[in-house]
Structures are given as C-alpha cells and as structure tokens.
Design a protein around this ligand. Structure first.
Ligand code: ATP
Ligand code: MG
Length: 364
C-alpha cells in the first residue's frame, strides 16, 4: 500500500467514521493515507513512515493533541500539522497554532474543506522547505565571502601598503613633486580599501553571532569615556569641542565592550568628520524606565530629510556638492547591527546645515 511517489498523510482521531471518511476523500485525491485511533499509535506510525502532513484531533482519550504536536515537531521538523477541533474549541486551536500547527479544521467539515486545507498545507510545506534552503544557501555564501575577503583581499592589500611605504623610504627625496603626489594617492586609496575590508569583516562577524556570547555587565560611562579618548586627537586637530554628560551612577547594561567602543568611536567619528572646524559635539546620557539613551549631537552639515531613512544601509553615503568627505558607507551599518545584537535601538535626527543627533537606546 505504501507508495514512495505519493506524499503520505496521517490522520489521528479517535472517531472511526471520521478517520475512514478522511482516508476515502484523500485517497481519491491521490494521497496515501494512514490512520491511528490514538496518540501513541499515531506517533509510532509517524516515526516509521514520516508523513508530510498530519491531521490531529485535539481532544482524544489518552495522549492530548498538544503533546502529539510537540513530539511530532521534534521528530519530523518539516511535518505540517492541522488540528481537528470540536465545537467551541477555538482556544485550544489558537494554542496549537502558537505551537506551530499550520491550521485547524472545525468539525463537522466537508470533503471539499478537507481537500482545500490539505492542498494549502502542502503548499505551505514546500515554501517552508524552500525558504530554509535559501537561508542555508545565503549563510553558505556569506561564509565563503568572509573567507574570500579575509584571505584573498586583506593579505595583498597589506603587501601593497607595505610596498608603498618601502618605496617612499627607498626613493626618499629622489621623488619629484608629481611622483610624490601619485604615490600618496595610491597610499590613501589602498588605506581606504583596507578600512572597507575591515569594516566589512566586522559586519560579517556580527552576523556570525559572537556578540551574544560575549555579553557582560558594562558601565556605559566608561565605554563612552574610552571612545571619546580615542577621538580626542581628531577633535583637537579640527578645533572641535567634545563634551560628555554622563552620570556616574548609571545602571549597567549587558554588552560586548569592544564592539560598543567601536560603535561610539564610529558615531563620534562621523560627527567629527561631518562637522566643520570650530564645531561642537555633545554626548549625553538619559535613562528612562526601559532604556539608557545615549545621544551624540553635532553642529555639522546635517543630513537631508529624504536621505535619513537610508543612512544605516550598507554603502549608503550622502552625495555632497563635492566629495569632501571620504568613507565607505559601512560605518553606520556596522553600528546598527551591533545595536541589534544588543537588542538596542538606533535613531537619527538631523537638520541640514544645523547638525545631527544619533541616539542609541540600550535596554536596561
Ligand atoms: N554626523 C553626521 N553628520 C552628517 N552626515 C552624517 C553623519 N553621520 C553619518 N552621516 C551621513 O551618513 C552616511 C553614512 O554614514 P557611515 O558612517 O555609514 O558611512 P561613512 O562615514 O560615509 O563611511 P565609513 O564607512 O568610513 O564610516 C555618511 O556618508 C554621511 O553622508
Ligand atoms: Mg562613518
């Protein structure tokens, strides 16, 4: 009776006439059907024959429908479960769907209703399997890409950078001004490529999901202080003042210190980059019931309103009248992903010509 070509459907119900009715209807539509009068028997059949779809009566003597759902999902992850429910059993049907059941069929139902829900269930299963295949394929490609970037791009870039430095030393003053400029340009371009590769690797590592394991209780004030210290020389060179208002008695947050220092350094870095000389950057912390909110405000160029929604996208940069500011457009993408990994939020407010405020919200 078993046929490898046809999908197997299992019906678990204590009502014999219902089991037989379902079997007849579904067999007429070309499915192979097996039936069981109670849970244990149903589970044994399922384990042995791996049905693609099972109808389960929610209310049976012996093992409950809910227990059967858990066991079947554990043993046959791709199975589609449809609950058969009696009159006024909507609450348990909802509970079953929360557990992952696909749908429910209230008694009494017609052969047509049975066929329709079966067809929809099988389509759903195909989509689910396809979605998983695509997700796995995407993960595989991302892993391959990280390996490619780190081995095939990083190493040659380091070699080029070192060669440029050697060239400068070897030739020293023998360069004329024009040649010097060319070599400087090469150096800057290579350095930018290197920064981009590092950014990209940072982003991929976040997606690799190491952050969650590295979280420890951290003091926000000390992270801000560390990042600010890192950025102080740049601010001084540009004559930008950097002010920090963070109370010492802040509640600790859970996080990965190194990545958060990078987040703040990136955002303060943007503020210095996009703020003209003599400007001001203010970092301030406020807490409410749920979040510690850190705002980083600058008095810089600002971001046009219609561009604001895109600044967290990879490679997005606001094109200015001139390309005064260099960058890869990956900094904020990195920050956003780190904040996501911390269950935090990141918001941007800006007014062109007046300045920008980036707010980071850390759950307390
Ligand atoms: N404080 C700011 N003031 C004005 N514009 C900003 C500010 N922060 C970000 N932007 C805009 O958002 C864009 C994206 O920022 P992001 O940090 O992701 O990239 P980037 O600074 O261009 O390059 P990098 O990858 O080197 O950080 C920037 O190109 C800039 O146009
Ligand atoms: Mg940046």
């Amino acid at each position: 009776m078993m046929n490898d070509q046809q999908p197997l459907i299992l019906v678990i119900d204590d009502e014999e006439s219902l089991r037989d009715g379902c079997k007849q209807t579904l067999e007429k539509s070309g499915f192979v059907v097996m039936t069981a009068g109670e849970g244990t028997e149903g589970i044994n059949i399922a384990r042995e024959h791996k049905p693609v779809l099972a109808f389960i009566d929610l209310k049976m003597p012996g093992m409950s429908g809910m227990e059967i759902i858990d066991i079947l999902f554990r043993d046959i992850p791709d199975i589609v479960l449809i609950m058969i429910t009696g009159y006024a059993a909507i609450d348990s049907a909802v509970e079953a769907i929360k557990k992952g059941a696909y749908d429910y069929l209230p008694k009494p139902f017609s052969p047509d209703q049975l066929r329709t829900v079966t067809r929809r269930g099988l389509n759903y299963r195909e989509l689910k399997i396809e979605a998983r295949r695509l997700r796995e394929e995407k993960e595989r490609m991302e892993k391959a890409f990280i390996t490619f970037v780190s081995h095939e791009m990083r190493s040659p870039l380091v070699v080029i950078q070192q060669s440029i430095e050697s060239l400068k030393i070897m030739l020293g003053d023998r360069f004329d001004a024009e040649a010097k400029e060319v070599i400087e340009r090469c150096g800057t371009r290579v350095q930018r490529l290197q920064e981009m590769v590092e950014h990209w690797l940072d982003i991929s590592r976040v997606e690799g999901g190491n952050i969650a394991q590295n979280k420890v209780p951290l003091s926000l004030s000390s992270i801000i202080a560390r990042s600010a210290e890192e950025m102080t020389p740049v601010c001084q060179t540009k004559g930008i003042s950097l002010e920090i208002h963070a109370p010492d008695d802040l509640k600790k947050i859970n996080g990965d210190e190194e990545s958060l220092v990078r987040v703040f350094a990136n955002i303060i870095g943007n503020a210095t980059k996009y703020t003209p000389e003599g400007g001001k950057i203010t970092v301030s912390v406020q807490t409410d019931e749920h979040y510690a909110n850190v705002s980083i405000s600058d008095t810089g160029t600002g971001i046009p309103q219609d561009k604001l929604p895109f600044i967290f996208d990879p490679f997005f940069r606001v094109k200015g009248k001139e390309d005064r500011y260099q960058g890869s457009g990956l900094g904020l993408t990195f920050c956003k992903r780190i904040m996501d990994a911390h269950n935090g939020k990141m918001e941007a407010m800006s007014k062109e010509g007046e300045g920008t405020t980036i707010t980071l919200k850390f759950p307390l």
